[in-house]
Design a protein around this ligand. Structure first.
Ligand SMILES: Cc1ncc(C[n+]2csc(CCOP(=O)(O)OP(=O)(O)O)c2C)c(N)n1
Ligand SMILES: [Mg+2]
Length: 303
């Protein structure tokens, strides 16, 4: 039952990302926004695993997490429109968007920058004796920053309640790992620091939720590393030379699912919903035009 509700949530986040993407194609937003098609199962499972007081520090590619935490379209898209009614009062845009009321206390476009901040947050929880855990997202590119290693060493040295999640989409801008650096075996790297490491792949919602819940528990005794293998069904903000899949070539008109494989969380979510999937998807697609109208109205209130 729980998995079905998670699956519905994944499809909602997918719909909202599609609506934003359609509006991006129309040039609606004045800021760069990084879609995260393919990251929805991670975002929803992490959101479910977070408990009262937990905190989340995000990267530039944060759209799926913003929607998953907000559990609503409006506050996030109004922020993308830089309106006072947005989640950040129209001052934060996409790459610095926080939602303190929903635990998103820091977001940064500077690769690796959120990791020491998350460390500091976790240190504060430890010193205050709270039960809260801090989750920090990073990428296979951002983990190349020295701050990644320093964060692990510091967090382990002080046994901080920190979960570092590497979203490995095998891309940093247009370069793949084999093209730009040595492989990094996160299990071995974390193991060398006596930090447990968990691997996620396949977008199976029940196991993703379990993994985050377990990681959260484990983090009471010190940091936990996680490597999530994720396919990003779009590239950087806008077309990136060398990365074939431009988000603007994705179309809501083709439906919520992008690819019928386990790499697409929307496909997995539809399978999890079984016979209910078609009607639920249809009901979401019906909402899409209303959401687009709301974007139109919000962007051009005088019309
Ligand atoms: C310190 C720093 N260096 C370079 C950049 C430019 N930059 C922005 S996103 C990006 C790629 C990031 O790759 P990854 O961390 O794997 O995240 P992804 O975009 O794949 O989700 C780069 C190099 C930056 N924002 N900050
Ligand atoms: Mg990457």
């Amino acid at each position: 039952m729980r998995v079905r509700e998670l699956a519905r949530r994944v499809l909602r986040v997918r719909l909202w990302q599609h609506v934003v993407n359609e509006e991006m194609k129309r040039g609606r937003y004045r800021i760069p926004i990084h879609a995260a098609f393919g990251h929805e199962a991670l975002a929803v499972a992490l959101d479910e695993a977070m408990e009262e007081g937990d905190q989340l520090a995000l990267t530039h590619r944060n759209m799926a997490y913003q929607f998953a935490r907000a559990r609503a379209f409006e506050p996030v898209h109004r922020e993308y429109l830089l309106q006072p009614a947005g989640a950040g009062g129209g001052r934060l845009g996409s790459m610095n968007l926080t939602q303190p009321g929903r635990g998103i206390v820091y977001t940064s476009s500077i690769l690796g920058n959120n990791l020491p901040v998350a460390c500091g947050l976790a240190l504060a929880h430890k010193l205050r004796g709270t039960d809260a855990v801090v989750f920090a997202l990073t990428g296979d590119g951002a983990m190349e920053e020295g701050a990644f290693y320093e964060t692990l060493v510091f967090a382990r040295s002080h046994r901080l309640p920190l979960v570092v999640v590497v979203e490995n989409n095998d891309h940093s801008l247009a370069s793949r790992i084999a093209e730009r650096r040595s492989p990094i075996d996160l299990g071995k790297l974390a193991g060398a620091l006596d930090i447990p490491c968990r691997e996620l792949a396949g977008n199976e919602l029940g196991s993703y939720l379990d993994a985050f819940v377990q990681a959260r528990k484990q983090a009471a005794g010190g940091p936990v590393a996680m490597e999530a293998h994720v396919r990003t069904f779009c590239n950087h903000a806008g077309a990136t030379p060398g990365w074939a899949a431009d988000p603007r070539s994705l179309s809501l008109g083709a439906g919520l699912t992008i690819e019928p494989t386990s790499e697409d969380p929307a496909y997995g979510a539809s399978l999890a919903l079984g016979g209910e999937a078609a009607a639920f998807t249809e009901s979401l697609l019906k909402l899409a035009s209303g959401l687009s109208d709301a974007v139109e109205e919000a962007a051009c209130p005088s019309r």
